[in-house]
Ligand binder design. Structure first.
Ligand code: ADP
Ligand code: MG
Length: 341
C-alpha cells in the first residue's frame, strides 16, 4: 500500500518559499503571510495565505476542513455520513444542510456524467480498502452482488424534509470523489468573505484552489505531476482565482502480482478504471465540479472525456495517457486561466 504526497503539493510549497526568499518583501501582502501543512480529510493539506488576517484565516480554514470531514467522511464512524449509511436503506433519514447539499450536487454530477461518477459505490470501495491498512484485492464473488446499475438513481432525496433514503440495500454514499472539492470551495468562500483574504492557495491533497493572483500579481504556477515520476512535473499551468484538480493512479494504490490496483473505480465493473488514462486534471472555477469531473473523465477515457470537456464552458482538462502522452483541451493555452468575478 502506498500513499505518496503528490508532487504538486511539494512544488507549490517550494515555489511559495522560493518566491518569498528571492523577491524580498516588496509589498505589504507578502510581508503578512501564514502557511501550514496538516493531515485532514484523509490527505495532506497545505494552506498558504497572504494579508492582514492570514494567520487567523489559516486556523479557520483547517477548522472548517475538520468540521466538514466530521460530516462527510465515509470511514469515520462518528461522522454524519457514516450514520446515514448504516440507517438510510428503506428509511428516510433527516440530514444537515451540508450533507444534503453535497449529496444533491454529487448525484447531479453522477447523472451528468452518465454514471462514470457514481457516489453510491461505497460498499464496493470499502471492499478494496484503498488508503486504509486493509487494502486488498476482493474476489469477483464479493464484488458482483454489490454492483448496482446506476446506483445514484436508487437514492431518494426529499428537499422539503431534507431527508435521504436508499432504495437498494447494496448502495452506500462515498464522497471521496467530491468532498475535497466542496471543502475547497467552502474554505475559499469563508476566507474571502469573513477574513478579507485576496491572495492565497489552498491545496487539499492535489485539489488546488487559488484566491486571486500571487502576491506579486503573477498567476499561480501549478505543476502537474508526472505519473511515471511523481517527483517531477510533466507540465505547469498558470491560473488566477481558479481551481486545478487531479485524479491519478499513483495517488492510492497497491501492487499485487505485478498489477497496479488503484483507487478510481469503474462503477460498471467494480474494478479500478482501465481506460487508457493514468491522470486527469480539470481546471475551472468551481472546485467541487473539478473534483467530480477529474474522477469521471478518468473513468470515461480520453476520447469521450475530451469531447465532453470541450462541450462545457470554462472547463479545461489535461489528460495523461498510459503511454505518457499529454493531451490538453483547446482552452489550455500559454495564457493564464483566469476567473474574473
Ligand atoms: P483523490 O481522492 O485522490 O483526490 P478522486 O477525486 O479521483 O481522487 O476520488 C477517488 C475517490 O472517490 C476514491 O478513493 C473513492 O472513495 C471514490 N471513487 C472512486 N471511484 C469513483 C467513481 N467512479 N465514482 C465516484 N466515486 C469514486
Ligand atoms: Mg475527484
Amino acid at each position: 500500500m502506498s500513499k505518496r504526497i503528490p508532487y504538486i503539493s511539494i512544488f507549490l510549497v517550494l515555489a511559495a518559499v522560493c518566491s518569498v526568499l528571492f523577491t524580498g518583501c516588496s509589498n505589504s501582502l507578502q510581508s503578512q503571510s501564514a502557511s501550514r501543512t496538516e493531515l485532514v480529510m484523509n490527505t495532506v493539506a497545505t494552506i498558504t495565505l497572504y494579508g492582514e488576517q492570514a494567520q487567523e484565516g489559516v486556523n479557520a480554514a483547517f477548522q472548517k476542513a475538520k468540521d466538514l470531514e466530521n460530516i462527510l467522511s465515509s470511514q469515520n464512524e462518528k461522522s454524519e455520513l457514516y450514520q446515514v449509511n448504516q440507517t438510510a436503506y428503506d428509511h428516510a433519514v433527516e440530514v444537515s444542510d451540508t450533507l444534503f447539499t453535497v449529496t444533491q450536487r454529487s448525484l447531479q454530477y453522477c447523472r451528468e456524467t452518465d454514471g462514470a461518477l457514481d457516489c453510491t459505490i461505497g460498499k464496493i470501495n470499502d471492499l478494496w480498502g484503498f488508503g486504509t491498512s486493509n487494502a486488498r484485492l476482493p474476489s469477483e464473488e464479493e464484488i458482483t452482488p454489490l454492483l448496482v446499475y446506476k446506483g445514484y438513481e436508487q437514492i431518494e432525496l426529499n428537499e422539503e424534509n431534507q431527508t435521504i433514503r436508499f432504495l437498494n440495500p447494496n448502495i452506500q454514499l462515498d464522497f471521496g470523489a467530491t468532498a475535497k472539492g466542496f471543502a475547497a470551495d467552502e474554505i475559499k468562500k469563508m476566507l474571502v468573505e469573513e477574513y478579507g483574504i485576496t491572495c492565497g492557495l489552498i491545496n487539499l491533497g492535489g485539489n488546488i484552489i487559488t484566491i486571486g493572483s500571487k502576491y506579486d500579481g503573477q498567476p499561480w504556477g501549478i505543476g502537474i505531476t508526472d505519473p511515471n515520476d511523481t517527483t517531477k512535473a510533466i507540465s505547469t499551468e498558470y491560473i488566477t482565482n481558479a481551481t486545478a484538480v487531479t485524479s491519478g493512479n499513483y495517488e492510492r494504490y497497491f501492487i499485487q502480482d505485478g498489477v497496479r490496483y488503484h483507487h478510481i473505480l469503474d462503477p460498471k465493473t467494480g474494478y479500478p478504471a482501465n481506460s487508457g488514462l493514468c491522470s486527469t486534471t480539470i481546471i475551472t472555477e468551481n472546485s467541487m465540479l473539478a473534483d467530480a469531473l477529474s474522477t469521471a473523465t478518468y473513468v470515461m477515457g480520453l476520447e469521450k472525456s475530451y469531447a465532453y470537456i470541450e462541450s462545457l464552458d470554462h472547463v479545461e482538462a489535461i489528460f495523461i495517457t498510459d503511454d505518457g502522452t499529454v493531451v490538453k483541451t483547446s482552452g489550455i493555452t500559454d495564457d493564464t486561466f483566469e476567473v474574473v468575478s
